[in-house]
Design a protein around this ligand. Structure first.
Ligand code: HEC
Length: 151
């Protein structure tokens, strides 16, 4: 457990650094392609600004609001009822960046099991993005909707 906490803390630091970098540069995905791919997400997610403007999707609330998700601590949208494992991962230092989001989107439960080092961890997101390319495009799109959300 002790080892894990240290690892998680290190991961947290790395993600923050990686984020600062990706923020300065461009992410590797194509935001326009990501906009089209967001049709996979909108049955469950909306992207809504703090001012209440809907930037993507309709009004789905099965999943958390994805506004500013790139650079955000995992499992922290206020009022959303997350599963306990994603919340623990966030508390242990998981801040979403391109790499972690890409892995999570392609296998939510598998990714949480890996970062928590717990074979029984489960994600509540019942959906997987089929290709890394789609995942990277979606991340670029989500970031483009809220480039300064975590400044
Ligand atoms: C069937 C409903 C559903 C679909 C479709 C879906 N999600 Fe989710 N998503 C969820 C739920 C529920 C959670 C909360 C997971 C938990 O609590 O473990 C979630 C969590 C997330 C998170 C973590 C957010 C945070 O606050 O930490 C991200 C990122 C995410 N989804 C992105 C996407 C993207 C991008 C798509 C489209 C490719 C998508 N989701 C499709 C239901 C869905």
């Amino acid at each position: 457990m002790k080892t894990f906490l240290i690892t998680a803390a290190a991961v947290g630091t790395l993600s923050t650094a990686a984020y600062a970098e990706s923020h300065a540069m461009e992410l590797s995905g194509d935001a326009a392609a990501g906009e089209a791919a967001f049709s996979q997400c909108q049955t469950c997610h909306v992207v809504e600004s703090p001012e209440g403007e809907t930037l993507a999707g309709r009004n789905a609330r099965t999943g958390p609001n994805l506004y500013g998700v790139v650079g955000r601590q995992a499992g922290t949208v206020e009022g959303f009822r997350y599963g306990k494992d994603i919340v623990t991962a966030g508390e242990d230092g998981l801040v979403w960046d391109e790499e972690s989001l890409s892995a999570y989107l392609q296998d939510p439960t598998g990714y949480l099991r890996e970062v928590l080092d717990n074979k029984r961890a489960r994600g509540k997101m019942a959906y997987r993005v089929r290709s890394e390319e789609d995942a990277l495009n979606l991340i670029a799109y989500l970031h483009s909707l809220a480039p300064d959300a975590n400044m």
